[in-house]
Ligand binder design. Sequence first.
Ligand SMILES: NC(=O)c1ccc[n+]([C@@H]2O[C@H](COP(=O)([O-])OP(=O)(O)OC[C@H]3O[C@@H](n4cnc5c(N)ncnc54)[C@H](O)[C@@H]3O)[C@@H](O)[C@H]2O)c1
Length: 367
Amino acid sequence: MTTGPVGVAVVGAGAISDAYLRNLTTFPDVRVLGVADLDAERAETKARAYDVPVSGDVDTILAIPDVEIVVNLTIPAAHAAVASAALRAGKHVYGEKPLTLDPGEGDKLLAEAAAQGLRVGNAPDTFLGAGLQSAKRALASGLIGAPVAATAMMQSPGPESWHPSPEFLFQRGAGPLFDMGPYYLTALVAMLGPVSKVAATARQARPHRVIGSGPRGGTSFAVEVPTHVMALVDFTGGASASTTFSFDSPAGVTMIEIIGTEGTLSLPDPNTFRGPLRVRAAGDGDWRELPLEGTTIGRGLGVLDMARALRGDVAHRASGALALHVLEAMTAISESAERGEFRHLETTAREPEPLPAGWDPQEATLA
Ligand SMILES: NC(=O)c1ccc[n+]([C@@H]2O[C@H](COP(=O)([O-])OP(=O)(O)OC[C@H]3O[C@@H](n4cnc5c(N)ncnc54)[C@H](O)[C@@H]3O)[C@@H](O)[C@H]2O)c1
C-alpha cells in the first residue's frame, strides 16, 4: 500500500486554478506534481509560479506515475471527458462543479470509477470550511430545534463584468443555477439531508451580454440559459426551502437561513469558508453571532480530505455521490421550470460526516 503525501496534478490553468494551486502547494499531505491545459503556455506559467515540476498537455500529466489524484478545473463541458481520461489512466479524480453537464454523464463517471476501484470527489468543498462546519455543529446541538424550512438566495449582476472568458458561464452547465446553485444546494444538503422533490420557474433578462474585462473586453456574446431561477425544494427529512439563483440583479444578495422549531440560523455565504454565523431565538431582540471552529484556508480542502481518506481507507466528504445528487437536483429544477410540474429525485446522498475537531490542513498527518 502506498504511504506518505499524495501526488496530485491540476488540469485547467484558468481563473480558479490560482486558488487551488496556492493552497494545495502549502498542504504537507499533498504534493502538486503537474499542471496541464489545452493552452500549454498557460499551464507552464502556472507551474512556474507555484514551483510545480511538470507542465504540458493532459496526457503528459496523466503519465506521471506518482500522480494519484487529478484535480479537474476545466470548464463544465469538459468535466466528463477529462475525468474519464484520468480514470482510464488509473487516477482518482476530484473536479470542479458541476460534476458533469447532466446526471446521465455523472452516473456513468461514478460507475466507471467504481468499476476500477477509483474515487471521484467534487467541489464545492466550502462546506468543509469553519463557517458551514460550525453551522452543522450548531444544528446538531439542537440550537434551533428541528429544522422546518430554509431560504436561500443568490442574486448578482452576473460574472461577465470580471471573468475574462465568461461565455461558458451563460451556457449549458452554468447560468446562476448550475454555477452558483452547487454552493447553496450542497450547503442545504449538508445541513438538512437529501432532496426529495423540486418545483421551479425561470426567466432570462436579456439574450446577450458583454465581456467586461481582459483582452476580449467589449465583445458581445449570446446567453443560452435562464438567468433568474426560483425553486421550491423539499428534503426527505421533512424540511422545505425556497431558493433563488440570479445573474439579473445589479444588487448583490447572498443569504441562507434555516428556520427551526426553536429559532433561526443565518448561515454564511456558502461560496466562502468563513462566517458570520448567527442565531436568533424566539424572544431575542437581535441576532447573536456564534463563534467559529475550523479552517478558513479555502479551495482545495476537499482534495486534501480525499487524499487523507485515500490513505486512511475511509470515505471522503466532498464526494462524487453528493455532487451527483446536487446535479440531479439542479437538473430537476431546470426541467421543472420548463415543464411546470414538480420533479422527484432518484438519487440520494448521505450528509457528509463533520470534520473532527482540530482538523488542520497544514499538519503533516501522512508519514
Ligand atoms: N472562476 C471562478 O471564480 C470559479 C470559482 C469556483 C469554481 N469555478 C469552476 O472552475 C471551473 C473552471 O473555471 P475557470 O473560471 O477557471 O474557467 P477558465 O475558462 O478561466 O479556465 C478553464 C481552463 O481549462 C482549460 N481547458 C478547457 N478544456 C480543457 C481540456 N479538455 N483539457 C485541458 N484543459 C482544458 C482552458 O484552456 C482554461 O485554461 C469551472 O467548472 C467553474 O465552474 C470557477
